[in-house]
Write a protein that binds this ligand. Structure first.
Ligand code: HEM
Length: 225
């Protein structure tokens, strides 16, 4: 902004106003998304106590009780990564992505779209397609693991952050946050439903960002190591 002012230029993209909008976009895009994915993680933990135990076994064996998990542990914790991926697949947090506008007349798969057409993704269709996901309604982190137990890196039809030029800017930050919250939760706590099974109903609410039902009740018990 200072350089532009010194040169006597007036580019409206470099103004206090646009700076404020960009910063608030980062806060908005970065907080509700990650926070609600963590809420989905807790909901799936409540629904699947046996999966919660597997996550706890992994954190106990890789990190132990005497230090906090760190990002350096991530590559040695494939089950935790697979759990996060399966939560993201079934949560379909931003089911239509962000709207995108054709800047010129465009042809896709033989269909013509005039300049100005709005495009939305359909996350549900590719995250629930039985061609890629056998028994797609089933919560099963193992589908993201190779036979040797390592986590799959390239998974077709898995795009929680979408793709292309405008794909989520915060993907790596979000995955770091999700890993740290989940592993610390699993190291320190046990999450239980107040009603035992059957578990809370996973009915999503919201439209732009899909949240787990609010409020759902659960108990958090401290783990004794
Ligand atoms: C689990 C957490 C998150 C999920 C599931 C998520 C998902 C998405 C999705 C689906 C889009 C739309 C992409 C498109 O329409 O092509 C998006 C865009 C975006 N996300 Fe995220 N996001 C998450 C966390 C974050 C974080 C932590 C930040 C930043 C601090 C962030 C910043 C953005 C920004 C700036 C865009 C717009 C990118 C652009 O238009 O060029 N997101 N995100």
């Amino acid at each position: 902004m200072a350089q532009q002012k010194a040169r006597g230029e007036d580019n409206p993209n470099f103004s206090e106003y646009v700076l404020q909008v960009n910063i608030s976009n980062l806060f908005i895009a970065g907080s509700d998304t990650t926070a609600n994915t963590i809420r989905w993680c807790v909901l799936f933990l409540l629904c699947h106590p046996e999966i919660q135990e597997k996550l706890q076994t992994e954190v106990d064996s890789i990190v132990g009780p005497d230090r906090l998990p760190s990002l350096n542990d991530r590559h040695r914790m494939p089950y935790t990564q697979a759990f996060i991926m399966e939560v993201q697949r079934l949560a379909n947090l931003i089911p239509f992505g962000l709207a995108h506008l054709a800047t010129e007349d465009t042809e896709v798969a033989g269909y013509r779209f005039p300049k100005g057409t709005t495009f939305l993704a359909n996350m549900w269709s590719f995250h629930m397609d039985p061609k890629f996901w056998p028994d797609p309604e089933k919560f099963d982190p193992e589908r993201f693991l190779n036979p040797d137990g390592s986590v799959k890196t390239k998974v077709p039809s898995f795009l929680p952050f979408l793709l292309g030029k405008r794909q989520c800017l915060g993907e790596s930050l979000a995955l770091m946050e999700l890993f740290l919250f989940l592993t610390i939760f699993m190291q320190k706590f046990i999450f239980r439903t107040t009603t035992g099974r059957p578990h809370p109903k996973a009915e999503a609410v919201g439209n732009f960002i899909v949240n787990p039902p609010k409020p759902y009740q659960f108990l958090v018990e401290e783990r004794k190591h």
